[in-house]
Design a protein around this ligand. Structure first.
Ligand code: ATP
Ligand code: MG
Length: 444
């Protein structure tokens, strides 16, 4: 059995020819054993970085992390990270090893790896080196720390989120001791940089097992987004709902397409509910203005996590609008398409569908309404009907020629677009100008 690409095999053989050991290790071995495609091969070797560079002197190399023993070698333009066998010593800040110690011993290198499923090495001559039964854990779909989980999370608390990310993406469960240590060490997450937290959280949210992870590990996510603590167990006292706010959120998240801004919108869409809650005299719960409150929470938390602006803006818009009804009228759909753009419009419908999946089952008929809205929008787009300024048969210059200036031009264009969408005037240049003259500019 040989799963190595031609280039990865070349790297291992070149190192071996020069008297070194070399193995493919980590994600590539795991993904191969799981039968999924291998993205990139990480190579581990007893050669030092200088020795690696000497072996590959004919190739382009990059000093990726010499201090940590990593050199990138390009073979056929494909980058391969080659890392010297190493051990990590004490971690005073729960994220950076105080020292990296290089070793000549593969066993020691494998012992510092995070999870058993990531600790399998492979080379063609020796086959799999699997000291921690990673293959069994892959077969049983289990995430388990190499060594003592609590110690491993205290060394590097990013591993908590990495473990949950693997469980979500690979659809694995977390072994009991590892799970308990994740929960008991959760406060250490604050020591990790926001960028790294957001990167792991993003991948985790896009995983297929996200519902179980969000609900079982809510206390961990509460360390990153404190509003999650209030959502957990929050009874909605409302006939629409069969779940508490957090479980509903988890179901909605898993029901959206696996795209980051949609998954984030789902995560935050009801985050403002606990602080907007009121009970009426019949004992029914209400959450007035929760959508705008949730949008504010999303804005604050995503900024804190250093989320890029494009993603953040899309999430805020979706969260703000997730609960606003959309009437099945061509005029309303056109206005929505104009105000938010077609992509975000379809995203909003996806979010609304997912939100319905998180309600009591008798509300599933709402999906027919969403089908019709999507159909109407597709129809408008296909027929290239006018719903935005770029379709309007007049532009700013035309209005300038009529004598409008500055802000008046924008206002005039918006006025005409609204009139076309509402069917008050045809989208023809002469008619638009005549309409404008007769209505808001009768003196022209
Ligand atoms: P993917 O590339 O899909 O994120 P991966 O397992 O390849 O998965 P990398 O971040 O590329 O993850 O790391 C490569 C390997 O390095 C891992 O498989 C693991 O053996 C080891 N590793 C990475 N990060 C850590 C960590 N924080 N603690 C211990 N070992 C780690
Ligand atoms: Mg990798």
């Amino acid at each position: 059995m040989n799963f190595l690409s031609q280039e990865a095999l070349f790297i291992i053989r070149e190192l071996e020819k020069n008297g070194f050991e070399a193995f493919a290790v980590g994600g590539c071995v795991r993904d191969y054993l799981m039968g999924t495609g291998v993205n990139d091969y990480d190579i581990t070797s007893n050669a030092s970085t200088d020795e690696i560079k000497a072996v590959f002197s004919a190739c382009k190399t990059i000093d990726t992390g010499i201090k940590h023993g990593t050199v990138t070698v390009l073979v056929n333009n494909i980058p391969f990270e080659i890392t010297t066998y190493r051990l990590e010593t004490t971690y005073s800040d729960n994220r950076h090893p105080d020292n990296v110690i290089f070793t000549k011993n593969l066993e020691e290198d494998l012992s510092r790896r995070d999870f058993t499923v990531n600790s399998i090495a492979y080379c063609p001559d020796k086959g799999f080196v699997d000291l921690y039964n990673g293959r069994d854990d892959i077969a049983n779909k289990v995430i388990r720390c190499v060594g003592n989980p609590e110690e491993r999370f205290k060394e590097d608390s990013l591993r908590i989120l990495r473990g949950l990310r693997f469980a979500s993406v690979l659809d694995f469960t977390v072994e009991e001791k590892t799970k308990n240590a994740m929960l008991s060490c959760r406060k250490l997450i604050k020591n990790i940089s926001k960028e790294r937290i957001f990167s792991e959280l993003s991948r985790l949210l896009c995983g297929k097992n996200v519902k179980a992870i969000l609900t079982e590990y809510a206390d961990i996510f509460g360390e990153i987004i404190p509003e999650i603590n209030k959502m957990k167990g929050f009874d909605q006292h409302n006939f629409h709902h069969i779940y508490d706010v957090l479980t509903h959120t988890a179901v909605v998240t898993e029901s959206t397409p696996q795209v980051l801004h949609l998954r984030l919108a789902a995560l935050f869409h009801d985050s403002g509910k606990p602080c907007c809650f009121s009970l009426d005299e019949t004992g029914t719960g209400h959450f007035y203005s929760h959508a705008s409150k949730s949008a504010l929470i999303a804005e604050k938390r995503l900024a804190d996590l250093r989320c890029d602006n494009k993603t953040k803006d899309a999430v805020i818009k979706l969260v703000k609008l997730h609960d606003t009804p959309i009437e099945e009228s061509e005029r309303i759909v056109k206005r929505r398409l104009a105000s938010m753009g077609s992509e975000l419009f379809f995203d909003l419908i996806s979010l609304k569908r997912a939100d319905t999946a998180g309600l009591a089952p008798e509300f599933s008929a709402r999906n027919k309404h969403f089908d019709r809205l999507e159909e109407m929008a597709r129809d408008i787009l296909e027929k290239e009907e006018c719903f935005s300024l770029k379709h309007l048969a007049v532009n700013g210059n035309d209005l300038k020629l009529l004598g409008l200036n500055g802000r008046e031009i924008g206002q005039g264009l918006d006025f005409l677009l609204g009139a076309v969408i509402d069917g008050k005037v045809n989208n023809k240049k002469e008619e638009l100008i005549a309409y404008l003259k007769s209505d808001i500019m009768p003196n022209l």
